[in-house]
Design a protein around this ligand. Sequence first.
Ligand SMILES: [Zn+2]
Length: 211
Amino acid sequence: MHLSEHSLRQLDETYLDSLEEKALRALSVKLLDDLKEARDRLNQGPENSSRPPSSRVPWERKSGGGQTDEDVADSGFEPEPAEAPPAKTPPAEAQSARKAGKQPGAPGRGRTQVLHAHEECSHYPEVCAGCGRPLESAGAVAYTGFQAVDPHWGDPAQPGLTRWVVDHRYYEISCTCGHRTRAVAGQGVVDPLLAGIELSEWRLVGQGWRR
Ligand SMILES: [Zn+2]
């Protein structure tokens, strides 16, 4: 996909009218590519998909929502015998009264520890997703970010293995054409000092742990 959701939602007839022919042609190619890719995904059914059966959503499965033999074989689990009696069944009211997951009114839980970042890594969009002009980072505004933690072999002052925390910041830049382009994880320019870091996904654990 060339265009992010954020960029696509900004495009309208007025914007397309404002573009010069060359920019409009370049944008048309991107739109066409994205449309074909979206159509391919839309037309991809269980029969022509390479996805395993267990990854299908329930309504794509063959036996009315239940597991097929193929699904069971794929998941690697043996089904329990159907005639096995339930050990102890709580009353029906108790079962229906409590829903799975967080109960209403229960205090929320989240990651409470704020990690001290050792460095910051800024991500800027390189070119305007609308007209294709190169973008300057001068007027960039951070719109989101996340922390990644990597192993770090200590220096003489702090020997041993420590965790190295990087604050990743993602920026949005407004172009003179009016389009606002956002750097997306896995794309865009990374600070030259940290050019070795490639982002494949949003994560807390940095890629150093995978080596
Ligand atoms: Zn532009």
